[in-house]
Design a protein around this ligand. Sequence first.
Ligand code: BG6
Length: 491
Amino acid sequence: SEQIKTTVSVTVVGASGDLAKKKIFPALFALYYENFLPEHFTIFGYARSKMSDEELRNMISKTLTCRIDKRENCGDKMEKFLQRCFYQSGQYYSEENFKELDKKLKEREAGKVPNRLFYLSIPPNIFVDVVRCATYGASSPTGWTRVIVEKPFGRDSESSRELTASLKQYLTEDQIFRIDHYLGKELVENLSVLRFSNLVFEPLWSRQYIRNVQLIFSEDFGTEGRGGYFDSYGIIRDIMQNHLLQILALFAMETPVSLDAEDIRNEKVKVLKSMRPLEIEDVVVGQYKGHSKGGKSYPSYTDDPKVPNNSLTPTFAAAALFIDNARWDGVPFLMKAGKALHSNGAEIRVQFRHVPGNLYRRNFGTYLDKNTNELVIRVQPNEAIYLKINNKVPGLGMRLDRSNLNLLYSAKYSREIPDAYERLLLDAIEGERRLFIRSDELDAAWALFTPVLKELEEKHVFPELYPFGSRGPVGAHYLAAKYNVRWGDLS
Ligand code: BG6
């Protein structure tokens, strides 16, 4: 019997925005280049401005790169890819305009089962309008219709629930793909492999052997050009409540029944629900301050024209979180996230307890506590996993030092690491939900941060100012010290 042919279309709503240009179109091209897209696929850009197909192609082509293989017929492939891209101009609240899109989609889908994916690359205040119009005007009549949304998913528990409820007037939970792009990062995905398929790790993965866990995010640039968005969210909502908490959940969850999306997400929800909401005594907030150094001047956060001069929005935060279950009772999970710091990167650092009755305690040059094992997962840049171990310095004496067992990705693997959006777009096309956030998971995540966010705002807590390019507020060190922790330095 003849197989029923299907088509997939991806409509990028907000096609001329930054995210679309920098991430979504390039990721789609990379998937095409590597032959991961279905045989029959079409890409549509949808936005308000008037543009021809040619103009869209021209715009997209500027950000496509042949990063995968610079020599082999990349130009050709790019041309072929661009021929599959089309444009529809329309208002975000117009059912009519989405019907026009529907008509154009149908022309490309003729005779096949049409599957349609919408990527909402637009501000959150128009999510619901677009979903209403897109589902009314351009749902697939016989195939699937899926919608990818990207944070912010509200700004606290209530607004997030409201958004979820509004979206669910038009979509089922199964049709909503909430992206957290950190889940698409190679080393975050690898976390489960590392833990569940290596005997040397999982048995140690508990309060019995782990002293603390640190989740560190650091950028060496400010909010440049994004001050408008950033000021109504701040770093806790921008990074901690989603990216770092997602890593924490994957890190700390119990073993899922299987690798099925529902099984994994059930475990993530469970661990999130076992956590204590963050308390104000366990959070330090900061904001960067400009200065000049070596003839160069660095701006303050409040120099951004879209940020009010008296803004108290944190651009830095450190927090101590706790999981009140049998596995993690008493282990501090420390998070640190900041913009305009001295370094750029994201890491998970696992500090182990000291060896009881260590025979070599006298042979360390420094305190024993500083010489415990540490597992570092460097999510970016220079992706790596390394384990700090104590080792004898070669020679006739007996001196120990700490050395790294080091898995540096660039040395071990010649393949380039795909961008997070490639993995996530491919999964959404294939209907794989493992790396997307389920609504109960989102709810549990907000429950941890909403009370403290409200309290910080109600009490007008002043962020500690830190110089642009510094290591951030000293308060972060006191917070760590309170739990007997020293921050690891981003390597
Ligand atoms: C986004 C935040 O989700 O992640 C940004 O809104 C941040 O503020 C970005 O810069 C960091 O992502 P990446 O992949 O560059 O580490």
